[in-house]
Design a protein around this ligand. Structure first.
Ligand code: GTP
Ligand code: MG
Length: 381
């Protein structure tokens, strides 16, 4: 097989990173020429740093032909710096691959060849990962920063529905241009700051990128100042919310929950009206009538709304309805078992019993949702 030489452009955004930049360019001048399989160039995107970072790059450019510089008129956030840098790298420098890399030595320069080596293994998106064996976050970090980093990453993984990717908030990455980054509309980038990373990652996965995680030790920043903004967590959640608003999987879950809510209201109304107010039936019988009506209501609404793309029609509907009834019985069974355990454990403490009641509801919600997807409406991935 003939191996094609790819043009990799490493994009390094900077703001007031003069000292780091001198050291970084010298370090990379020792590492990059060693990479023979591919052609690697460097693009600094400086936010018009008052400390003269750009001048340092200009000075080094005199001797290094693979060093490029883009100076913003003003600092506009990390997302904006990357949007400009990536566009420039694709249009002007004809990049086949774009690497995101920090200027402050937190991403170890000696790991760059390890990421680039994965190009030849057929991946489209190569992620430096802090949260797989062989990777780590700085031991120097205090509890709060460690906690925010680890928990923030897990929250993002779960809410993005990407449990298979272990580090979704990292910033050391390599992305294929053709068919991926060249089709991304930077005008629609959802964040000007750090949370742009989440948008790009989500985009690449949606596009079907083959992802590889490469472990690396995220180092402690020893020079220069952190530019991370205080409300980054909110900004990240905002981006995730916007991304998932139109996610069919998430929409389906909310429809399912809404249908469950209507069933609960219906059952309660029947109990109140037929059982208590009109006294047409005993409260126990009214509960069962209400329960079965809620089951009919839920089945129909789920069939024609939540799972409308997999709806059951014709005579089959009766068989499915019976199956659906069994599911509801199973849910009652689960609740019964969990609450029996609760009663045993609680020793009369009402709050503990309420906790078990709540836990049982959550478990039933999840199991029902899985059964509806897998067994009743047979949704394929
Ligand atoms: N051009 C530009 N560069 C930025 C901007 N914000 C951050 N940077 C650069 O982006 C990289 C990452 O920023 P850092 O402040 O190191 O963020 P961090 O690594 O999450 O935080 P620390 O661990 O505190 O360093 C650094 O090279 C910064 O100089 C910006 O608004 N514009
Ligand atoms: Mg940093």
């Amino acid at each position: 097989m003939i191996q094609l030489v790819a043009r990799v452009v490493i994009i390094i955004p900077t703001f007031n990173e003069k000292d780091n930049t001198v050291r970084m360019i010298d370090t990379l001048a020792g590492i990059l020429p060693e990479i023979r399989d591919h052609q690697v160039e460097l693009l600094y995107v400086d936010g018009n740093s008052p400390d003269g970072t750009a001048d340092v790059v200009r000075d080094k450019q005199k001797e290094l032909k693979w060093l490029h510089l883009l100076v913003e008129t003003k600092k506009e956030g990390l997302g904006m710096a990357y949007a400009k840098g990536m566009t420039h790298a694709m249009k002007e420098l004809k990049a086949d691959w774009l690497m995101e890399f920090d200027s402050d030595f937190q991403h170890p320069p000696q790991d760059i060849p390890r990421l680039i080596a994965e190009i030849d293994n057929g991946y489209d998106y190569i992620l430096g990962s802090r949260y797989i064996p062989g990777g780590s976050i700085p031991s120097e970090w205090g509890f709060k920063r460690k906690f925010l980093s680890v928990v923030g990453n897990h929250v993002a993984r779960i809410t993005l529905l990407l449990p298979g990717i272990h580090d979704v908030t990292g910033g050391f990455k390599l992305a294929r241009v053709k068919g991926f980054m060249d089709e991304f509309d930077f005008g629609r980038l959802l964040s000007r700051s750090f949370a742009y990373k989440i948008h790009l990652l989500h985009y690449m996965v949606q596009k079907g990128a083959r992802v590889k995680e490469v472990p690396f030790h995220f180092a402690h920043r020893t020079a220069g100042e952190s530019k991370i903004i205080k409300n980054e967590m909110q900004e990240t959640l905002r981006v995730i919310f916007l991304l998932q608003l139109n996610n069919p999987k998430i929409r389906r879950f909310f429809k399912f929950a809404a249908v469950g809510g209507t069933g609960l209201v219906l059952q309660t109304l029947i109990f109140e009206i037929l059982g208590l107010k009109l006294r047409l039936f005993s409260p126990a019988v009214a509960t069962v009538i209400g329960g079965e009506l809620a089951i009919v209501n839920n089945f129909l609404l789920n069939n024609f709304w939540t799972f409308s793309d997999h709806r059951v029609v014709g005579a089959k509907i009766f068989g499915k309805f019976l199956q659906f009834n069994f599911t509801s019985l199973l849910a009652l069974g689960i609740q019964f078992v969990i609450l029996s355990i609760g009663e045993y454990v609680a020793g009369g403490n009402e709050w503990v019993i309420r906790g078990f009641y709540f836990a049982a509801l959550v478990i039933v919600l999840i199991t029902n949702y899985i059964i509806y997807n897998k067994i009743i409406w047979k949704v394929k991935k």
